[in-house]
Design a protein around this ligand. Structure first.
Ligand code: XUL
Ligand code: CO
Length: 436
């Protein structure tokens, strides 16, 4: 069997004192935290697109990275070699899951029928490799944004012919995800938005997008796929405005079109910051509304205003993310998918491993920090204390809607001015620092 990453052997946990850059210092998959192993909590997934298909190209320059699995002239042979390389990588890294777009794993042909045949060939190989290695599919998705036919959107395209094409791609992508035992399926509206309102019928586009999702729900049922559907919010890029702008927009959209029971969200850190939110905010909004499903783990750059998809290394981000995820009951079908790519200059195979190892360690530390925060409750206590008056007889009556405006006025006339209280932000930031 050809080896595509010969310079790296299986990555092991060596503990915090290890100086080996190809070992975990914090991610110890079998270690139990709050009743579950780290592997069960974190459910790490490697993404196919950036990790194996992303070769360093950006808007200003061509690929910089050469991978040995890319050396076959025939596109299907290349696809097969890439799949073998991917499973070698997953196994050496020690993750349990992977995620893919249909077009990542098999090249598109001239017709839908031929394209789907190619997919079947590659999916059969992936299924064998899953069986051989124990790897599982966290989620699949379709790429309905790269091909020129989708330049004006997929479900939101002004041409029903394109809508139909997108539907066919989604149909097949759900079927192959089902075939691979995928635990979920993601809808990221790559070009479901607009570049200018001067040529856009927003009402129609939103209705059509909802229709496409409803058809997907119907198809899911008809084939018996019980994986979780997710929408992945993103505010812009490639379009100027995307309809799935952020968690709040997605929730409103799902409610309007009666789709809430069928969808959760896949929250991506860099998409949150593009929407002028924190990762923390998007997770919390999803958690409190019962739609937190899965996570695309990455980060942006403070000084670059686009989706840089860098590997997550910030302990504040990973700690607060795990704090929310744990308090929301932990992942069920979801997980932490590294939707991230190495930088253009990180051209060695080892860089792919360093990137994933560092991020897995960052989330492992985040998990441990979050578990201690949950155990000691310093933040929970502060919040409870801040809202304690709502638990008084008066607060309870107000919250239960028992006090109308007239009663509230009478109460104020009797009780006078409220007493201002500190929000204690700096103290809480200091406390968080002590945990990190
Ligand atoms: C794009 C993005 C996608 C989705 C899947 O910004 O995040 O890779 O995760 O289509
Ligand atoms: Co993503």
């Amino acid at each position: 069997m050809r080896e595509y990453f010969p310079e790296v052997k299986n990555v092991k946990y060596e503990g915090p004192d290890s100086k080996n850059p190809l070992a975990f210092k914090h991610y110890n998959p079998g270690e139990t935290i709050m009743g579950k192993t780290m592997a069960e909590h974190l459910r790490f997934a490697v993404c196919y697109w950036h990790t194996f298909k992303g070769l360093g190209a950006d808007q200003f320059g061509a690929d910089t990275i050469v991978r040995s699995y890319d050396d076959a002239a025939d596109p299907m042979q290349r696809a097969e070699q890439t799949m073998h390389a991917a499973f070698e990588f997953f196994t050496k890294l020690g993750v349990d899951f992977w995620c893919f777009h249909d077009r990542d794993i098999a090249p598109e042909a001239d017709t839908l029928a031929e394209t789907n045949k190619r997919l079947d060939t590659i999916v059969a190989l992936a299924k064998t490799l899953q069986n051989d290695t124990g790897l599982k599919c966290l989620w699949g998705t379709t790429n309905a944004f790269s091909h020129p036919r989708f330049m004006a959107g997929a479900g939101t395209n002004p041409d029903p012919h394109v809508f139909a094409y997108a539907a066919c791609q989604i149909k097949k992508a759900i079927e192959i995800t089902h075939e691979l035992g995928g635990q979920g399926y993601v809808f990221w509206g790559g070009r479901e938005g607009y570049d200018t309102l001067l040529n856009t019928d927003m009402k129609r586009e939103l209705d059509h997008l909802a229709l496409l999702l409803q058809l997907a729900v119907d198809h899911k049922k008809s084939i018996g796929f019980d994986g979780q559907f997710y929408i992945e919010p993103k505010p812009k890029e490639p379009t100027k405005h995307q309809y799935d702008f952020d968690a709040g927009n997605c929730f409103a959209f799902l409610q309007k079109y009666n789709l809430v029971p069928h969808f959760k969200l896949n929250i991506e850190a860099n998409h949150a910051t593009l929407a002028a939110h924190t990762f923390h905010h998007e997770l919390e909004f999803s958690a409190v509304n019962g739609i937190l499903g899965s996570v695309d783990a990455n980060r942006g750059d403070l000084l670059l205003g686009w989706d840089t998809d860098q590997f997550p290394t910030d302990l504040y981000d990973t700690s607060l993310a795990m704090y929310i995820i744990l308090r929301a009951g932990g992942f069920t079908t979801g997980g932490l998918n590294f939707d991230a790519h190495v930088r253009r200059q990180s051209i060695d195979n080892a860089d792919l491993f360093y990137a994933h190892i560092g991020s897995m360690d960052a989330f492992a530390r985040g998990l441990k920090i979050a578990a201690r925060l949950i155990e000691d409750k310093p933040l929970e206590k502060a919040i409870q204390d801040r809202y304690a008056a709502w638990d008084s007889p008066f607060g309870k009556d107000v919250a239960a809607g028992k006090m109308d405006f007239a009663k509230l006025q009478a109460w104020i006339l009797e009780n006078g001015q409220p007493t201002p209280r500190s929000g204690r932000q700096e103290l809480l930031e200091n406390i968080l620092n002590e945990y990190i």
